[in-house]
Design a protein around this ligand. Sequence first.
Ligand SMILES: [Zn+2]
Length: 313
Amino acid sequence: MGLKDLGFYVRGRLNSSLAAFLNAAQPVPVTALPLDALLARAHPSPLDYVRLLEGRSNADRQDTLGRLLAARGLPFSRLPFATFEGSGENFVVEVGRGTRTLILVGHHDAVPGSPGANDDGSAVAILLDLLARLAQDPPRRLRVRLLFTACEEIGYLGARCYVKAVPLEGIVGVLSLELCGIGDSLAIWDVVPPLDQAPVIRVFAGVLEELGYRRDESYHLVGRIPVFGSDHRAFAAPGVPAFGLTVVPTSEADALRQFIFNPLRTLFRQLVRRPPPFDTYHTARDRSSTLEPEALERVSRALFALVRALDTG
Ligand SMILES: [Zn+2]
């Protein structure tokens, strides 16, 4: 285990123990949507997918997502892994063709005691919604790989195992979706040199402008985020252009900046007043009833437009 891995591991352990401790006193009276009920819907909404996962145990979330993907009849791969840190199953669905690959990541696990709606049911839901669009109208000169990881909350373990197991050539970009269910501004983060020069950043910014977003108002390219992290960091470590993608309320931009870039406050984030979307983050309150359907849909639309732009560009 390298130093970097050790850092990821320790961070993940702290994350999980702290959440387990703080959420222990609060029971989680959330009933997930049964898989059969979801499959009975002709066009499930992104929020339906969140409700499919919320409140389930991690083993159940993984099992349910696997059964959903199997039921859809699309080819997908199950990539199980097991290390001393933990074990789980990553799922991969790929659409399109060509030598260039865009990887979009959402983790299917949640911290203990949290229903895991925004973190990170929102991401899984958006990717499933996007998959439905892409399956109808796949890109011709681009592969889009949807990676549903296990054990993100254990220091990105699923993503780290994935990165070690697959070739990384031809990856034009990785976006890890994290907390994408509350708000109206998009933040692309960990945009740091030299990866900030990657064409995928320029293309994504152009796409957002075309959709009516404005830089530093309704979309933000943000540098290295302290304390928080997501699966993309497992890809960024060996030099792949990989970034986090999060939705935040425009009205909270200043409070968020203060909260995120003040490492001490962030470190004790469980104890201070946290601006949305961090007020429910890793707590028993992270339920689908707090999510905004429009937030989920705006990310799905933006990613679909990104795929189009990379496919034709
Ligand atoms: Zn997360």
